[in-house]
Design a protein. Structure first.
Length: 124
C-alpha cells in the first residue's frame, strides 16, 4: 500500500515517459493491424477451403457420373454391334431371297414361253 508521504513525493511526468507511452501505442497499433490482417487472411483461407471441398465433392460426383455414362455407352456399343450383325444377316438373307425370286421369275418366264409355244402350236 502506498502511504500518503510516498504519494506526495511523486515525480513529474517527463518526455521519456511520453515517448514510452507513444512507443507502446505505436506497437499496439502495429499489432492490431497485424492481427486484423491475419484475421482477414484466415477468413479467406476458410472460404478457399470450403470452395476446395465443394469442388472436390463436385469432382467426385462428376467422376461417378462418368463411370455410369461410360457403362451405359458400353451397353449401347454392345447393342449396336448386335444390331449391325443382325443387319448383315438380314441383308444376306434379303440378297438370297432376291436371287431366289429372280430364279423363280426366270423359271416362270421359261414355263410361260413353253406354254405359249404349246398353245400356239395347238391353235395353228
Amino acid at each position: 500500500m502506498i502511504t500518503k508521504k510516498e504519494a506526495d513525493t511523486g515525480r513529474a511526468v517527463t518526455a521519456t515517459d511520453l515517448e514510452t507511452i507513444d512507443a507502446a501505442i505505436s506497437s499496439q497499433e502495429g499489432l492490431s493491424r497485424f492481427l486484423y490482417t491475419t484475421r482477414r487472411i484466415l477468413g479467406e483461407i476458410g472460404k478457399l477451403e470450403t470452395a476446395y471441398q465443394n469442388t472436390k465433392s463436385s469432382l467426385a460426383a462428376v467422376e461417378q457420373q462418368y463411370v455410369q455414362v461410360n457403362g451405359e455407352l458400353e451397353g449401347v456399343k454392345t447393342q449396336l454391334a448386335k444390331a449391325q450383325q443382325e443387319e448383315a444377316v438380314t441383308r444376306q438373307r434379303v440378297a438370297t431371297l432376291a436371287a431366289e425370286v429372280k430364279e423363280k421369275e426366270q423359271l416362270l418366264s421359261n414355263y410361260s414361253a413353253a406354254v405359249d409355244r404349246i398353245v400356239g402350236k395347238a391353235a395353228a
